[in-house]
Design a protein around this ligand. Structure first.
Ligand SMILES: [Zn+2]
Length: 610
């Protein structure tokens, strides 16, 4: 047994290794057996982390923020840097995990085996006590961010803040404040992102924002590696009968160069080439030299297939359509390595609507027009009256507001419909109020009765296309039932029932917000200042707010922030009608006007509650 003091003395006088930290790591660090790439740590498996290790050895740098996708060699990298620091550039170190249990697991499963397998580090190890290591060169503490007393005012040279997004609220600030630092201290903030504007995101933005770029193998154009450049085919083979066939889809997935449309396939060789030839570009070159930040996404590590990303994205998109946004947020955070921005909730001012103003005026002809709809919302307060909207649709989800206004009687509504040449089958009346009157008007004129519903979606049984006799259950944001326009009166049962279209409020509002925000299609209103403040105010009368449901899933709910939202309701019903008639991308077969047996969950006979 060597005298520990002697060991410390030897450590102090040994000349330090001048190689770059990642070169040192290749010689001395073994990958622990939680990875499929065990054996010596090799920089060519994750070449992008070399720069992080180099920055770790730069005394001008105080803070390094890494905001990136999950499973991209983060923890392995910090462990390697830590080994190097213990052996080559020692100073008191602290590794903070979200909780003490996380710290314990990491310690037992990964840190301890890595330290014991790294000779320069194990040679310096004196002893361990709980979650603290004593090395001849320095102490190293593992703590949970939830135990602030452990974070008290220790002088720390190396501070590793791991998966910061899981820290208890306020814990990161506490750590940063309470850690006394050395002149050459270095803080690492390493996390998959969460919300835009949170601590991780702010710290990344304050840094120099080094973003992974790679040169096109064909034309040499340096470009960020981005999900937007992934292409796949949507056709009968990849999406038969409206359902993705992921095996067929995978065959068509490719990355397209932004400059020359050269195509890169999802093969290990091509993927490794991207990683090897790529480099980080500073997107914020004016940041102070002391503040470095990195970002990359899951398109980079070759062990994450592009196919798995596309699948995850398509499934998340489908879930978002039914109102559950959690998978989409997880995809953005954990696969794209980007902070989540509640972009749909932002139509709370007129700016968004200003983006919808197009160079046309009410009454202008529109050669692209394919269908037009009118919707009206019945109001009682201040005397019976109706708000109405007429909107035309063209190809690719384009639409134009043709007119809107207020009138006082059913007769006037019919006049307006005729003036605007809207077919009666495309005219919609909200039946949420005085339903019987609405039904009778619809029965007499051919208008359609619509009603919002608080259900998140409807489950419908429908035949499987191409497979006679087989049924499947699908989720849809609308359905119809039949109602008796004379229910509750002596006339009940004497006349033909009419269709009542029901739509799921929140998901259809999300969809309308997507159109207004122009994430989909082109929702247009006329420029030339012809649009009144009443339209603008009513179209921004509802706002989306984030909540968690009982199962902890992230959901958005719509709240009314202004009293009058009738034109918003009209636009909503028109969009639902456009979906029902397949004028815009539809979620299932049907039509508003063709008489057909309702494809519902056996509740076609149910009377709607009124
Ligand atoms: Zn190219």
């Amino acid at each position: 047994m060597i005298n520990p003091l002697l060991r410390g003395f030897k450590a102090a006088v040994r000349p330090s290794d001048r190689r770059l930290p990642w070169q040192w790591m290749e010689d001395h660090v073994l990958v622990d057996n939680t990875s499929s790439m065990s054996g010596n740590w090799r920089s060519d498996n994750s070449p992008w982390v070399k720069e992080i290790a180099e920055v770790a050895a730069d005394n001008r740098v105080r803070r390094v923020t890494v905001k990136c996708s999950a499973q991209s060699a983060k923890t392995q990298t910090i462990m390697g840097i830590l080994c190097w620091a213990i052996a080559e550039d020692p100073g008191p170190a602290m590794w903070v995990m979200a909780s003490k249990d996380d710290a314990k697991d990491l310690f037992k499963d990964r840190i301890d085996p890595t330290f014991r397998a790294c000779k320069p580090v194990s040679d310096l190890l004196l002893d361990t006590e709980g979650l603290t290591y004593r090395f001849a060169s320095m102490p190293l503490y593992f703590v949970g961010a939830g135990s602030p007393s452990k974070l008290q005012s220790k002088p720390i040279r190396w501070l590793f803040l791991d998966e910061v997004r899981n820290y208890p609220k306020g814990a990161l600030d506490t750590v940063l404040k309470r850690t006394r630092s050395f002149w050459n201290s270095r803080q690492f903030i390493i996390s998959t992102p969460d919300m835009e504007g949170d601590t991780v995101d702010r710290s990344f933005k304050e840094g120099d924002q080094r973003t992974f770029h790679f040169p096109c193998p064909a034309c040499g154009q340096l470009q960020p590696l981005k999900m937007e450049q992934l292409r796949w085919d949507t056709n009968e083979a990849t999406k038969p009968a409206g359902e993705w066939n992921f095996d067929a889809l995978a065959e068509t997935i490719r990355y397209q160069c932004v400059a020359c449309v050269h195509v890169i396939r999802d093969t290990p060789v091509d993927r490794r080439t991207i990683a090897r030839t790529g480099r980080f570009i500073r997107m914020n070159p004016n940041a102070p030299r002391s503040n470095v930040s990195f970002t990359w996404n899951a398109l980079l590590p070759h062990w994450v297939t592009w196919r798995s990303l596309v699948e995850e994205f398509l499934l998340a998109q489908a879930a978002a359509r039914t109102g559950d946004l959690s998978p989409l947020k997880a995809f953005v955070n954990e696969s794209l390595g980007e902070s989540w921005r509640d972009q749909l909730g932002e139509i709370d001012d007129f700016d968004n609507l200003a983006g919808c103003m197009e160079d046309y005026d009410f009454g202008d002809p529109w050669p692209d027009e394919r269908a037009r709809f009118m919707a009206a919302d019945k109001q009682e307060s201040g005397g019976e009256h109706y708000w109405w909207v007429v909107r035309a649709f063209g190809p690719f989800g384009k639409s134009r507001l043709l007119g809107y206004g207020r009138c006082n009687t059913f007769a006037e509504l019919e006049e307006i419909r005729k003036t605007y040449n809207v077919p009666n089958t495309n005219a919609i009346l909200d039946s949420g109020f005085k339903a019987r009157e609405v039904y009778r008007f619809c029965a007499a004129t051919g208008w359609k009765a619509f009603k919002g519903d608080d259900a998140p979606f409807f489950l419908l049984h429908e035949p499987v296309p191409g497979k006679p006799g087989q049924m499947r259950t699908v989720r849809r944001i609308w359905r119809y039932t039949y109602v008796d326009p004379h229910f509750g009166t002596a006339q009940a049962g004497k006349f033909r029932p009419i269709k009542l279209f029901q739509f799921a409020n929140d998901p259809t509002k999300d969809m309308l917000a997507e159109y207004i925000g122009r994430l989909v299609g082109e929702f247009s209103i006329p420029g030339h200042k012809r649009i009144g403040r009443d339209y603008l105010k009513q179209l921004t009368a509802e706002r989306r707010e984030e909540t968690k449901d009982a199962r902890g899933r992230l959901r958005f709910v719509w709240k009314r922030v202004r009293k009058d939202n009738h034109l918003w309701d009209c636009e909503l019903m028109i969009l639902v009608a456009a979906v029902v008639t397949k004028v815009v991308a539809t979620q299932g077969p049907s039509s508003m006007s063709q008489p057909s047996k309702p494809a519902s969950n056996g509740s076609a006979e149910d009377s709607p509650k009124n």
